[in-house]
Design a protein around this ligand. Sequence first.
Ligand code: SF4
Ligand code: SF4
Length: 172
Amino acid sequence: MEPVKGGTLARLPERAAKIFAELGTETSPAGYALRFAANFEGVFMILSGMSDLNMLRENVKLMSEPERLTDRELEAIARVRDVLSKTGDISCTACGYCVEGCPSRIQIPDLLACMRAKKVFLDENAAEGYDAYTANGGRAKDCIGCGACENACPQHLEIRKLLKEVSSLFEN
Ligand code: SF4
Ligand code: SF4
């Protein structure tokens, strides 16, 4: 499930996207994420969310006759993963399971997305986005540390720690 991590692997920072582009294939970053999941022995089904017809077409095309990844492609994927881990990328898939039980009504995936935009994509508008998401409360500093969100998170993210980072990025 979630081979493209809630769509976050579909759009990569420029330095990571360039690594795939240099391969000169027609496979998109999302396509490499799908093929990576399909490349493991014993995998017979990949569940990927799709939001438009083009995604559906690409997924059907790739998975109708899945091609094994070449050594060159596997090496490129390792390099992309290295780039993403160095940027401090966050594995939030925006599933939203953490939000409902939050007593401080913090829109956790949106705030994590703002931090990702700033750290991974160097987006200068990330702070404005953060202000918009928290205009009616639910700021990262409102977290009371109850941990309910972490119990609900299928990615086992350390949300309390991440929100402290969000707070120091956008609230100081
Ligand atoms: S730890 Fe913080 S963010 Fe998580 S549910 Fe509790 S108050 Fe909300
Ligand atoms: S439950 Fe975890 S992965 Fe899902 S939106 Fe919340 S932080 Fe992100």
